[in-house]
Each structure stands twice: as structure tokens, then as C-alpha cells.
Design a protein around this ligand. Sequence first.
Ligand code: PLP
Length: 386
Amino acid sequence: MRRIYLDHTATTPLDPRVMDAMRPCFSGMFGNASSIHSYGRESRELLERARGVIAGAVGAEPAEIFFTSGGTEADNLAVTGVMSAVRDRNGIVTSATEHHAVLEPCRHLAESGKEVSFLPVDALGSVDMDSLRRVVGERTALVSVMHANNETGTIAAIPAIAAIAHKAGALVHTDAVQSAGRIPVDVRELGVDLMTLSAHKMYGPKGIGVLFVKRGTPLEPLLRGGGQERGRRPGTENVPLAVGFAEAVRLSSLEREEESPRLRTLRDSLEERIRALFPAVIVNGDPGARLPHILNVSFDALEYPLEGDMLVMNMDLEGIAVTSGSACTSGSLEPSHVILAMGRDEKTAKATLRFSFGRGNTMDDVAAVAGTLNIVIGRMLKKHAS
Ligand code: PLP
């Protein structure tokens, strides 16, 4: 059976060119980048070159790029690190639709006495700017709002959010894990002080991320150890993965201008076909500001009594990999917190499917997915009626 992968927001396959770039680091070039002998110096050179490539791609200085074990660690470091370092302000403002890697440290901080506000979003998933203006004030240390949502693709107005936060003297963090590689991401244009990236969402290896930290930003480390990454992220540097991450970033920067419109065409075509097959479908996300590769649809509970997880399983039996929510929450049968925050009822939120396109997909996949979805849903509705 031909399999079709439409879950590139969960993870992307490793690009073979990234594998080629990493290969020498797994054999001859094994030195510890902190060693001063030639083996160490070779590894240090690779590491710093990788840091430079990533910095250049997002408009940062190399000294502002800190390698972590992934997006989750970078988000935790940003949120917890700033709140520990800033002593004269106690508040953190975030949104209700953040990834759990931001929401959970925020909840943890709330339990330890920090003032945490979760901003509501509108029906398109955009942060309510009036609420932001009301909540941000002289007690706010950090505002953390994701650049683009991993479930719906809605892109946030980060420059405007940053302007409001900075006016109140707060720092700004954005999680750009999903937007990087798909749309331009430049730390100075966004106006952020901290930004998270993760390699495995852009055809790089799993287990490595980056936190951009603007020069002069107060940040306490999460880990204590040997002082690597200028004390902000101790632990022997993971040179092979850093090299792979940099190659993934370089390739995405080179290919984005052609690839993103191609993905948008595939996505829009699937959206059109699904709307034609199921007129009462709800397309989640902001049509005017949405990542090009994500399509998130909810089947109105009254018209289509469907369970998203059953849909995912039935599509999988036909060889098509999609998801019913974010990768971290699917399997738990909980409705997506993102779709709920956008005002959908619980049943509709549960009848949600996310398709996310990537380099391997073609228009043939779109036709196959739409056809299979029609058969699978027809079968499920028939079973429900009998
Ligand atoms: N932030 C967002 C928006 C994500 O989609 C993910 C992954 O699902 C993460 C953070 C976590 O990144 P990682 O898997 O590298 O820990």
C-alpha cells in the first residue's frame, strides 16, 4: 500500500542532504568542542560555523544563539529563565493557544506564586490585542506568544505584540518552531528578545533546538554544569546535530521561496476539495495569516457526528497519516485546547483533523487524500446511523 505522510507539523523526515552533512561528525570528527587539542578545535569550528549559519538565517548575531535539546527545552528556558532572572517584576503574559512547552512552565510558575495571564484568542485564533493592552503593565516581566500556531497555522502579529510589551518594559519571547523555514523569520523585524527554533520541524534531526537570546537579556540557566554555551546551557555540545540543524536551516532558506507557494497550492486544493465534499466543514485558522502548509478542519458535530481519533485511525488503515490535534495531545482523547480556545464546542473540537504538507507531497496525494476521506467518512456516518 502506498503511504502518504501529511503530518509535517508533528515532525519532518530527515533530509538526506542533512544526513550527508552530519555523517563526518559521527566518525572521524568526534572531538569534544570544549577540548583545546586539535580534535576539540575541529569540532568547535564546526559548532561555531553552524551557529553562524543559524544566526544569519534569522537576523541574529552568532553570540545570541544558544543550542538546546529541542524546542521544548528552549521554550522552558525562555519562560523559566527570564522569570528567575528578572527579580523586580512578577508577571508573565502568554496566550491560551500556546504549545504545551510554554503553557506547562507557565502553569508551574503560577503554582510557585508568579502572576500568569493566558490571553484569549478570537475565532480565527488571533490573540486579543485589547486584552493584551489591558493585562501588560509595569509588573509584567515577559510576554510569550507563538509566531505561528502548530495546530491551525494562524500567524500572530508579533511586531505589534512586541511593541505593546516593550512599551510596558516587558521582554518578549516567541516560539517560531512552526514558522521557521515556511515564512521569513527575522528576530529584529519581529522585535523579539527571545525566540525558539527546533530542527526536526524543518527536515533536521530530532533532539536539537535553539534559543535566540538578544544581547543583554537577563536569563538564568535551567541546568548547572560545565559552563558550555556561555553558561546558559551547560552540557557537552552536540556538534553532529548542530551541524545537521544548520544544514536544514540553510536548505530551507534556499528553497523556501519556491517550496512555500507549492505547499500553499497543495493545501488550498485539498481545502477546496474538502469544502466541496462536506459543505458544513469549518476551516480553522486565519485565512489572511496562515502558514502555507497547514489545513485544520472541524466537522460540525450536528452535521457530522465523528470522532477525530477514529477518523485518524481509519485514515491510517488506508495508509494516510494525519492527526486530530497536536502530536502531544493526540492519543489522550482530550479535545484540542487550541480549537476550544477559538470558541468551538467540545464535540466539534473532537471532530477535528489537521493535514500538514511537506517536501514529499504532490497533487496526486491531494486527490488520494480527498477521495479516501470521502470514503472513510461515508463509512463512519453509515455505521453511526445503523
Ligand atoms: N513548539 C511548537 C510550536 C511545537 O510544535 C513543538 C513540537 O511539537 C515544540 C515547541 C516542541 O519542540 P521539540 O519537539 O523540539 O521539543
